[in-house]
Design a protein around this ligand. Sequence first.
Ligand SMILES: [Zn+2]
Length: 290
Amino acid sequence: MAIFRDTGPVADGIYLIDIGIWGIAKQMAIYLITSSDKIALIDTGTKHEVKTILKELNHLGINCVDYIIVTHSHIDHYGGIYALAKHFPKANICLPALAHNLQKEYTKKSKKMGLSNPIQMLKEGSIIKLDPHIILEVVETPGHIADHLSIFERKHRILFVGDACGSHHLGENFSRPTAYAPFFDHNAYLNSLLKFEKINPWGLAIASYGFATNIDAQKCIKAAINDYHTWKQTIIDAMHEKADEDYVADILLQKFGRSPGERLENRPDQWVKSILLGIARGFIYSLGLK
Ligand SMILES: [Zn+2]
């Protein structure tokens, strides 16, 4: 089966790193793209995971990173950027052009820390050339949050989608929309999913969680589109029954259940519901149901 969930190579020169975020395994992956010349990291985790990242890079014999690319301005995707920039003073820091607050934060904090890494703003169509063959193209994919962008590696046709394509338990047929309030825009999210479907990548690199190829990559994108429609309709229907967010979260728990991880760790209902409440609110606010 072409599904990868462990730290290690997932394709020629491309690696998944399980950063063990919040102390939980297989919760968030970042990706490393190597080439005959330059090396890029996609996403950073929070500052707490930098140690794990550096350990893995060291393990792979990598002592220089040329590009640190942030997919979007959520702390679990960019929080490690300062420590990584310090460790790799020549690395280009690549931020979404639309992430204005993050840019302000980075400028202020990096100045305070005395960092002088080059900064690059990424937008639709931006190109990062790692070597003559490994070329990364930026695809803007808003919805999860307005500044979200994905990275398409042309040679292997691998799409690094961050949080823009839902969250998945690969191989266990479980997925959820990454539709968290207050950033979620339901129309933009669907359009980004349709963009992924059109690109039809060979490999799909998902932050949460894992790497899928061929038919499994297509299945993930299809599942994300299906989730969008079914969760949206369920939330609309539940709101019609009773315009109460808590009630909607209950319905979501009844209908879609717990993730395999939540079952395994025997999470209390309240814990699971707080996540579902975030998704319910994402749709409710974005759809103007409240
Ligand atoms: Zn996110």
